[in-house]
Design a protein around this ligand. Structure first.
Ligand SMILES: Nc1ncnc2c1ncn2[C@@H]1O[C@H](COP(=O)(O)OP(=O)(O)OP(=O)(O)O)[C@@H](O)[C@H]1O
Ligand SMILES: [Mg+2]
Length: 353
């Protein structure tokens, strides 16, 4: 199944709303493709500790590691550390060491890259692009972060480019940075008060920051453009992960719509943790024969509830199927004992592939 979606693809992006199983699906897809002879790397974001451990990713690091798994190809994994990647970009674009150090050690930059530019989404895209450029893998599988706005990552490259083009930035980076002098005059009192109180020369920091950053904006913009191209490329496949619950299905429909709108290559959806329908027929007689009255009633009630939930899942999936038109949906049932290691991922294999 999913190997058909990924035929001739070099990038697979697993997206979807929070908690539906993006990280698990990414890892299972990567493992499955590696088992089928490919050299695969999975870029994962903040996975559960147990999954990270089982992939040999006890700590964060922006380096891929070979996962010990008995596969025909190779499985590599990497846990994204957004901050480091942002630093890597500065490193990449800075014209010289002095500029690089000036930016990296700058307090404003540190704040920016921690908070504002905690645009994890964009950083993940950057790393993806970089690895794709290097061409060392047959397939890159990207897990996406649990964003409030589940689609932030699609807009991230555009947003960064917009920020770079923004008047605000140009205002500060204009030759002579008149603006800084203005700020200096108007805010002088504040800044010097701050300096006295904290020892931090904010104005100086600001001015160093913007003048070092100015030479790098072109590079950033260009990269954001390339990242956008990679996302829309026919070698990329977007896999939408969803749960069969109605709120998730609702979001998945909207997600799909947005992907199509943005002209991104949507491959299909994975409906994860689908409740299997209990066997048909009347269990009542059998249960009552085996169990005492009150217990039998309880069991039957649970049975009936399960049946209702399974029925609801089916109805929700039918809704999704209508929304997706001809695009395929793969169903993965609820797997007992949550999926947190290679064995668990292998259990998902049977459904995905
Ligand atoms: N088919 C399944 N059966 C049972 N448990 C599952 C299944 N798929 C995922 N899980 C479990 O559900 C939990 C959430 O999965 P996962 O972390 O992959 O979701 P996510 O979409 O990446 O979440 P987030 O949006 O927070 O990143 C994990 O504990 C995982 O082990
Ligand atoms: Mg996750």
């Amino acid at each position: 199944m999913i190997e058909n979606w990924l035929e001739r693809k070099e990038v697979c992006i697993c997206c979807g709303s929070g908690g539906v199983g993006k990280t698990t699906a990414s890892a299972a897809i990567a493992l499955g493709m590696a088992a089928r002879g490919k050299k695969v790397v999975v870029l994962t974001i903040d996975p559960a500790k147990r999954l990270a451990n089982s992939l040999g990713l006890a700590e964060l690091g922006n380096e891929e590691r070979l996962v010990e798994a008995d596969v025909e190809g190779e499985l590599w994994a990497m846990m994204l550390d957004p901050k480091r990647t942002f630093d890597d970009i500065v490193e990449w674009h800075a014209p010289d060491e002095r500029t690089r150090d000036a930016v990296l050690s700058n307090r404003i930059y540190q704040e920016l890259s921690n908070a504002v530019a905690g645009s994890q989404e964009y950083m993940a895209m950057e790393k993806l692009y970089e690895l794709h450029q290097e061409g060392r893998y047959d397939l890159l599988v990207l897990d996406t972060p649990p964003t409030r706005n589940a689609l932030d990552f699609i807009d991230a490259p555009k947003k960064l480019a917009a920020f770079i083009d923004s008047r605000a930035l140009q205002f500060f980076t204009a030759p002579g940075a008149l603006s800084l002098k203005l700020v200096g005059r108007g805010g002088g009192l504040v800044f010097s008060g701050l300096k006295r109180a904290t020892g931090i020369d904010l104005l100086d920091d600001l001015s160093t920051f913007f003048s070092s950053f100015a030479g790098m904006t072109e590079g950033f913009r260009e990269r954001a453009g390339h990242v956008n191209e990679l996302l829309a490329d026919s070698r990329t496949a977007f896999v939408l992960v969803t749960s069969p619950r109605s709120d998730a299905i609702e979001e998945a429909g909207w997600f799909h719509h947005r992907l199509m709108d943005a002209g991104l290559p949507f491959a299909g959806a994975v409906a994860n943790r689908v409740r299997p329908a209990p066997p048909r027929g009347d269990a009542g007689a059998e249960v009552e024969e085996l169990l005492d009255g009150p217990l039998a009633r309880k069991v039957l009630r649970t049975w009936e509830e399960e049946r209702q939930l399974a029925k609801r899942d089916r109805a929700n999936l039918a809704t999704l199927r209508r929304r997706l038109g001809r695009k395929p949906i793969i169903e993965i049932p609820y797997i007992d004992d949550d999926v947190h290691d290679i064995d668990g991922l292998r259990k998902m294999d049977e459904y995905l592939f």
